[in-house]
Design a protein around this ligand. Structure first.
Ligand code: AN0
Ligand code: CP
Length: 317
């Protein structure tokens, strides 16, 4: 595997989930695969889970791991070509990327949508420059339009907890005080559309996601109706995608918060969220603390999704 930016990079999804579950049973089975290989993780944005789980995954495989926080101690990077660099940015990304590539064997990149220019975000301008100029395999640790390590961990979790062959999975928008990217819901939709599940998306009008990710999924504007009979409730906030409101907050309607009353509409569903989550905005204390909440095992599976991807990248070096 040379890049990991979306579901297609995994090839057959059932095979990938099977491989992940095998790795989970014996996560040190491949500890010689990464010997003398270096993983570099580059963060343009904050992280708790991705940072720790991906580093742990690399260590399980015997890799050396290095982390660079671009905004804490590195030079500020210019990303546009042709700019006269007389401002606060000391280095151009066109030098920084090949230099970073020269110190490692595999690179992970976190670069969120900036909500300044929809085209730049949806063309994955930063991630694609790493792919083009680093000379190394590159994987997304949440880029502008996707978070495929999260969605892969989510799918592994659903596979572990499902009680029926084809569970109903409902992804619901929920309110949040700040504008958040569409990366997590985009990737979750991308994976669920490929998986053997009955997938429904629910959100207020105006929050339609890019059709490239929604594809044939059912969209239901009535949250209560969508939640009926759900086996899994996947909550997430995102800012508007559609023009002219790209990156804007259109609603903070607290009637969309996932509460005990909302969960009562479901088929005793499991509650999922990628975390970090704002309690009593996205989900009530009661729901996230209930036995049906699987947010902790979901986060733990981030180590497994990362290890599966890193193993495949190491195997193709
Ligand atoms: C980010 C987001 O919504 O994309 C990261 C989630 C994994 N969340 C925040 O910035 C709070
Ligand atoms: N879910 C997730 O990616 O969390 P972090 O932002 O903490 O890495």
């Amino acid at each position: 595997m040379k890049t990991y930016t979306n579901v297609k990079d995994l090839g057959d999804l059932q095979t990938a989930v099977k491989e992940a579950l095998e790795i989970k049973k014996n996560r040190y089975a491949y500890k010689h695969l990464g010997e003398n290989k270096t993983l570099l993780m580059v963060f343009f944005n904050s992280s708790l889970r991705t940072r720790l789980s991906t580093q742990k995954a690399g260590m399980n495989l015997g890799m050396n791991t290095m982390v660079l926080d671009i905004n804490q101690g590195a030079w500020k990077l210019e990303t546009e070509r042709g700019v006269i660099m007389d401002g606060d940015k000391s280095e151009h990304i066109l030098e920084a990327i090949p230099v970073m590539g020269s110190y490692c064997d595999i690179i992970g990149v976190r670069a969120f949508a900036q909500f300044e220019n929809k085209e730049d975000d949806y063309q994955e301008k930063i991630l694609n420059q790493f792919i083009k100029y680093s000379g190394k395999p590159v994987f997304s640790m949440e880029a502008a339009t996707g978070h495929p390590l999260q969605a892969f961990a989510d799918l592994i979790t659903i596979e572990e907890y499902k009680k029926t062959a084809r569970p109903k999975v409902v992804m619901t928008w929920a309110p949040h005080p700040k504008a958040l990217p569409q990366a997590v819901p985009n990737s979750f939709a991308d994976f669920m559309n490929e998986a053997d599940v009955d997938f429904v998306i629910t959100h207020p009008e105006g929050y339609e996601l890019d059709p490239k990710f929604v594809r044939g999924a059912r969209v239901e504007y009535n949250q209560d109706k969508a939640l009926e009979g759900a086996d899994f409730v996947y909550a997430k906030n995102w800012a508007a995608y559609a023009d002219p409101n790209y990156g804007k907050i259109l609603s903070k309607d607290m009637s969309w918060t996932v509460t005990t009353q909302k969960m009562a509409l479901t088929n005793n569903a499991y509650f999922m969220h990628c975390l970090p989550v704002r309690r009593n905005m996205i989900v009530s204390d009661d729901v996230i603390e209930s036995p049906q909440s699987i947010v902790i095992p979901e986060a733990a599976n981030r180590e497994i999704s990362a290890q599966t991807v890193l193993k495949r990248m190491l195997e193709s070096l």
